[in-house]
Write a protein that binds this ligand. Sequence first.
Ligand code: F6R
Ligand code: MG
Ligand code: MG
Length: 364
Amino acid sequence: MVTLSVIKADIGGFVGHSNTHPEILEIAKKRLEEAKGNGILIDYYVTRCGDDLQLIMTHNKGIENKEINTLAWNIFLECAEKAKELKLYGAGQDILSTAFSGNLKGMGPGYAEIDFEERKSEPVLIFMADKTEPGAWNLPLFRIFADPFNTAGLVIDPEMHDGFTFEVHDVIEHKKVIFRCPEEMYDLLALIGQPGRYIIKYVRRKSDNEIVAATSTTRLSLIAGKYVGKDDPVMIVRAQKGLPAVGEVLEPFAFPHLVAGWMRGSHQGPFMPCSYEDAHPTRFDGPPRVMCFGFQLSNGKLIGPIDMFKDPAFDRAREQANLIADYMRRHGPFQPHLLGADELEYTTLKEVMNKFKDRFQPLE
Ligand code: F6R
Ligand code: MG
Ligand code: MG
C-alpha cells in the first residue's frame, strides 16, 4: 500500500495574497528532503498555488497519520516564522490553533489523502486551487465520474460502466451520506448543487470500493467562526485503466464555472484553469485559479510533475473566464457577484451591518 498525502496551508502571501515567497518553498523542500532521508517519506514535491503552499508526499503510513501530520504542521510553523520575519502578508494565516496534538482536523491546513495498492501504472492528477472553497470540486467531480457527456468511458469502458459512489459531507451538520451513480444521480445533484454546504469528499469505484478521488473539505470560516481567508482546496484524482482517462479528468475544467471566493472571499467568479506560472491571482485578488500537476507513481516515487493546464487547448477556457470576470465585475457590490446572505455570514460585511442595526424601525 502507498499513501499519497497532499497537505496545504496559506502561511503568508507575497505580495498581498497573490503568491508565495521562494524562501518559504525552500524551507519546505529542505524539511521534506530530511524526512525522505530519515525514511519517513518515500518521496515528495513542494509547490505553491497563489499564496498557498502545498506539500505533496508519498509514504507507507496510511491516511491521517500522526507522524506525517506533525511533519507538515512543523513545516508550516517554521514557514510562518520566516513569513513573519519577511513581514509577508497574513503570515501564519491558516494556523488557527496552537493546540496541535498530531491531528490536522480543525487546525486550519487542508488535506486530501488516498491509500491504495499501486497499479501496474498509476497516473495521478493533483489539483490545487486559490481564492475559492472546497465545493468548487463538486461540479467537475460530478462530470468526471457521473456524466457520460464528459466521460466517454462511462459508456464505452466495461470496467467503468457500473459507475461510482460519491461520499458527500455536510460541513454544517458534520454528517456524511453516500450516493450510488448513475442510479441515485438526481439525489446526489440535489445536494452537491449547494457547494457551500455539501462537499464531495471521496469518489469510489463501485466494483471494488477503491477510492479514486479525494478532496480537502476544510472550511476555515466554519472552524474560526469568522472570515480568515478562503480554504483554497486541493484534490487528488487517479486516472486510466478502468478509471476516467487523464483527458476525461481534465475536460470539465474547459468550462470555467462560477465558484465562491475571489476578493475578500465574498464574490462569485469564474474558476480559471492555468499553468503553474499563471497560478498567481492578481486581478481583484483573482479570479479564482486552478492548476493541476500530473505524476506517474513508481513504487511510491513521484515521477513528474507535468503541468497539465499548460496546454493551448485550455486557452479558450481562460479567455472565457476573463470575459466572465469582466461581466461579473460590472455588478460591483451587487449579487450575484456578491455571495448570498448565508455565505456572507462569515465575512466582515456582518460587522458593517451591525453598525446600523439599531437604526431599523418597524414598517407600518
Ligand atoms: C481572498 C483573500 C483576499 C483578502 C483581501 C483583503 O481569499 O484572501 O481577497 O480578503 O486582500 O485582505 P485584508 O482584509 O487582509 O486587507
Ligand atoms: Mg492568503
Ligand atoms: Mg490562498
